[in-house]
Design a protein around this ligand. Structure first.
Ligand SMILES: NC(=O)c1ccc[n+]([C@@H]2O[C@H](COP(=O)([O-])OP(=O)(O)OC[C@H]3O[C@@H](n4cnc5c(N)ncnc54)[C@H](O)[C@@H]3O)[C@@H](O)[C@H]2O)c1
Length: 438
């Protein structure tokens, strides 16, 4: 018993060489063994301490698991400097101004809407994933333009819920203008997954974060005239059926409208869908006919103009970008509040859908004639049967609901709008094909 006591007593004494006279003890071997163990233990603690100091003193490496800083492609988000930029961009500078998160801000419509909001003193923060569906340099040039007017565009995907949550942590956005999407009808035959990723999964990801935000923002988002699909009754009215989409793009926009209904119903989110009709203008999209016709006419390349089986002309309700911007801003200004908070509905909230068109369809052949006059170059026209790739023969908007509820009144005819587009195009692309930011 006393031996046991002695051993246990020595066990508790730190192993300090020379402090004890061990050679006279009958337990000398066991004590040496314990002393060795203690030394190993001590050095292990010192070693682990060094490792910890090393990691704690190193600058934090951006990694997907680090909640403070994350990395996406080449872009890093998070950290005090980044948060300061986000706050400054979203700061409201007028009485009763809005604080708006604009998704797809480096896109055609996103750039124009963001600039208009910023100009009148609203707080604006953009997000865009800068995908390469069309020339990324054009998106970067738009970003530079936005930067100059004080709009910070965060590089990120709307499917990145952690990033979205972080943005809502930093800024209590009053509104979201959701324009991020995989646009274009024909590209769906090459890359159908991109439509599901951005237009369906991305929209749900955004709504999930909005529904949990406190306060919940009101959401205005871009649907499309393509939801009218194969309808033949004109002009297209919001009351008409929308269950015959002619393309995957249209189907994803229709799905978006149904998803909007669900989130409005369950979570009390205020949601407004805007069905845009063929938007055109400066800083436009290179995949759209007016844009690549201009390019091809100037290069002397022949352009394909589609027609129906009985030589019917294809027509579009071309809508100038400034008119669309006015419609978007009016939709934000009239959006009622979301009623829920922290994911719980407290009452019913507005759910709206509006056509934003020009109400005067123009045959594509006429579009080409206007471009010929403006460019002073004769087009090499090649008339072709419309392929079955998702395009429809015509679009024509009934805008009476938007007129009544939003005060929406388009004022730019195609001739005037294309003149502005051509002026921009010639300034942006020099003859050598180089780009300028104007
Ligand atoms: N321009 C038109 O004629 C027209 C007509 C009907 C509907 N719309 C809709 O209006 C909106 C804006 O169209 P646009 O013409 O400006 O197109 P756009 O392609 O120029 O803009 C969309 C932007 O969203 C970004 N984006 C795409 N997926 C994203 C994602 N997952 N996360 C983050 N960013 C993403 C793209 O990089 C792009 O900059 C779209 O929703 C489009 O479907 C446009």
């Amino acid at each position: 018993m006393s031996q046991l006591k002695t051993i246990s007593h020595l066990d508790n004494i730190p192993s300090t060489p020379g402090k004890f006279k061990m050679d006279k003890s009958p337990y000398i071997h066991r004590l040496r063994w314990h002393s060795w163990l203690c030394r190993v233990g001590l050095w292990s603690v010192v070693f682990i301490g060094f490792i910890l100091i090393f990691f704690l003193r190193s600058p934090p490496a951006p990694s997907a698991g680090d909640p403070a800083r994350r990395i996406l492609g080449n872009a890093v988000w998070g950290g005090p400097a980044w948060e300061k930029r986000v706050r400054s961009s979203a700061r409201v500078r007028r009485n009763h101004g809005l604080s708006v998160l604009v998704t797809g801000a480096a896109g055609f419509v996103g750039t124009h809407v963001s600039t208009a909001l910023k100009l009148r003193g609203d707080g604006v923060l953009g997000i865009d994933n800068f995908n390469d569906y069309y020339e990324v340099s054009l998106k970067r040039a738009r970003q530079t333009l936005l930067d100059r007017s004080g709009v910070f565009v965060v590089e990120g995907d709307v499917n990145d819920s952690a990033l979205l949550r972080k943005l809502f942590d930093v800024v209590p956005f009053t509104h979201v203008m959701h324009l991020a999407a995989q646009a274009g009808v024909r590209y769906a035959m090459q890359n159908p997954g991109s439509y599901v990723h951005s237009n369906i999964a991305g929209f749900v990801s955004l709504l999930e974060v909005c529904k949990s935000a406190n306060p919940q923002p009101a959401i205005v988002w871009a649907s499309s005239s393509s939801v009218y699909g194969l309808n033949s009754k004109v002009p297209f009215s919001e009351k008409d059926r929308t269950d015959q989409p002619a393309s995957l793009y249209a189907a994803t926009k229709k799905a978006g409208e149904e998803i909007a209904h669900t989130y409005n119903h369950i979570y009390g989110l205020s949601i407004t869908g805007l069905r845009f009709f063929t938007v055109y203008g400066p800083w436009g999209r290179p995949d759209m006919a007016y844009f690549f016709f201009t390019k091809d006419i100037l290069r002397g390349k022949s352009i394909s103009i589609f027609e129906g089986p009985g030589h019917e002309t294809v027509a579009r309700d071309f809508t100038y970008i400034d008119d669309i911007v006015k419609g978007c801003v009016a939709a934000l200004d009239t959006a009622g509040k979301s009623t829920g908070s922290g994911g719980k509905k407290k009452g019913s909230a507005p759910l709206r859908v509006f056509n934003l068109g020009n109400t005067s369809p123009v045959p594509v052949t006429e579009l080409v004639s206007i471009l010929e006059r403006l460019l002073k170059v004769k087009a090499k026209r090649s008339m072709q049967k419309m392929p079955r790739n998702g395009d429809v023969m015509f679009t024509h908007a009934n805008i009476s609901l938007a007129q009544r509820e939003l005060g929406y009144q388009p004022t730019t005819d195609l001739q005037t709008g294309l003149k502005k587009f051509v002026r921009w195009y010639l300034g942006y692309y020099s003859n050598s094909g180089k780009k300028r930011i104007g």
